[in-house]
Each structure stands twice: as C-alpha cells, then as structure tokens.
Design a binder for this molecule. Sequence first.
Ligand SMILES: [Zn+2]
Length: 352
Amino acid sequence: MSQNSIFISFENLIKEGQKAFLEADSKDELEKARIQFLGDKGELKAEQKKMATLSKEEKPLFGKALNTAKQALEEAFEEAKTKILAQSIQAKLKTETLDISLPSIPNCSVGALHPLTLITEEIIEIFKRLGFSLIDGPEIETEYYNFTALNTPEGHPARDEQDTFYTNLAPHILLRSQTSPIQVRALETHGVPLRVMSAGRVYRNEEINARKLPFFHQFEILCIEKNINFGHLKWTLQQFLSQLFQDEIEIRLRPDFFPFTEPSAEVDAKCPFCKGKGCSTCGGRGWLELLGCGLVDPNVLEMAKVNTQEYSGFAAGLGLDRLAMLKYNISDIRNLYSGDLRFLSQFSGLNV
Ligand SMILES: [Zn+2]
C-alpha cells in the first residue's frame, strides 16, 4: 500500500463521516452514524484491522493517519451532538410558549372566604385602626388561666363539668371556654400599658341547635392604661359598631355581671337593619344584643401584678358566629360549619 493511498482512504473516510454526522437530523440518526463510523464494528475499526497486513515502515504512518481520522470523526460527532441538543431545546421552547392573549377558561370557579373569616378580619382591621394589637393563645388551657386568674374562684358554677370540657391529659387541663385567658397571658408577658385584641375558638358543653353549638368563636379587646374610665369604653364600642355597620349606631348599656369586670354591662345596638322600628333580624325589638363589657375588676389586675393605684382598664367581648349571622342574614348557626358549597359560594367575591 502506497503512502498516498493510505491518506486518500482516510481522507475519504473522514469526509463521509463528517457528512453523515452533519446531515443527521435527530438523536437516532446521529447514533446510527456514530455506530457506522466510530462503533466497535464500524468503518474506523475496519481500517484499523488493516494494520496487521502492513510492513514495518508503513505501520507508523498508518497509525498516525488512523489517529488523525479518529480525532476528526470524534470532533465532528461532538459538534453534531451539540447542534441536535440545541435544536431540541428550541423546539421544546416553541411548544411551551405561553400565549397570554388566549381567552380565559369559561366558568372557572372562584373560591370564597368563609363568612367567619370575613367578619373576623373586618373587626380586626377596625380595632387595628383604634390602636389594638392582635395576640393569640392556646385552645387547651389550664384551669388557672381560664378561671382562677379571671376572678372565677373554685366552686363557681361556670367551672362545672356540665359547662366546661375538661380533658384527661392531666388534672386541671381544659378546652378554653373563653378567649380571656389570652388577655391574662398577655398581661403577664407584656405588662402595662396594654391595648390588645384576640379572636379564636372556644368550647362549651352546649346542646346543638340552630342557635348553639359546643364551640363558637369569640372576639375580645383589653385596654389597660392610666385613668381609663367607662367613657373610654363606650366611645371605643360606638366607634367599632359604627365602622362595622358603616352607619352612626346608637348603643345602650344595661347593667350585667361578669366575674372579671366590675362594673359590667351588656351592650345593645339600635338595629341597623330597621333603624329601631323592629324587624325579623332584631325580633321586633329594635335593638340587638351584641356584646358584653366592663371595667376590668381590680382583682384580675392584681393577680397579674398590675399596680391598680395607677392603672385601670376596660374589656369587651362578643360572639363572632352570632355577628356573622346578623351581618349576612344567616338563620342557622350550623350552616357555618356544614361545609356546604352551595351556602359558602354565596360569599364569593366578598373581601375584607
Ligand atoms: Zn331590626
């Protein structure tokens, strides 16, 4: 074999291989070309086998030409591989393009906030504007925070097992029957002055009917500052109710009793639906019973180590479920917890 013929045969091999790699249009075609030229039974290997038939002088030249061919073919293969990969990425990007001018899916259902969430967030926003901070506390409480620290001594009927859910986790552990323990914990942690609000689920051993469930949601405020009197409380509640019903709301206070406030009062608001004339919402009375309130009993403050010579405060609480029922004209409390989408979807689009 002449030196020239060696080079000519390798040159042809390189040209053919490069052409095949370049023309490959897909991964599969490229793999086919690779097997044909660079594979174990491919054309390059076939050339290599000719080495054995060559003379001593021819062998080094042949070897050099073989290596050059191998390198050239491998380079051409890598180049083609990169090209095909880039092509497939381009193609993928084309199919995945997001067309934002496409029309939306018709009848796409939109979720709704639960009426309790709506009313809770609305009230929180109002009291935020009045300077109250939102605080939270545990639903499983100790008898101390739920009763003792709130001026409800042992033997008080509210502690009765018929009214309160005691747990078997440990002695004196119960499901909180009110959100007031949160206020006591806040007093202990932050001290005075204090202006806080809290909202949450509370539990009482009640029979289930259209107006009552064994759990409901309470909202409470507590304000402890210097020289606080009943006038501050009345003004705060009037502001709150006027903002909630988006109208000037007249309120009246009736004396009542709560263990942790002294004096205590029940607050009625002139019915915002009939302006006091009497309607089905207010049961024809013209007034709605909305919340309980009072000046914080000094005993409660002293238990939390507050100096009652300097500080006094007011507290008020209301049932969120009842308020949601009033505001959204819901006749049965069980609707709030039924999870019935026909009921819940009515609140779609309402935002705080
Ligand atoms: Zn009314």
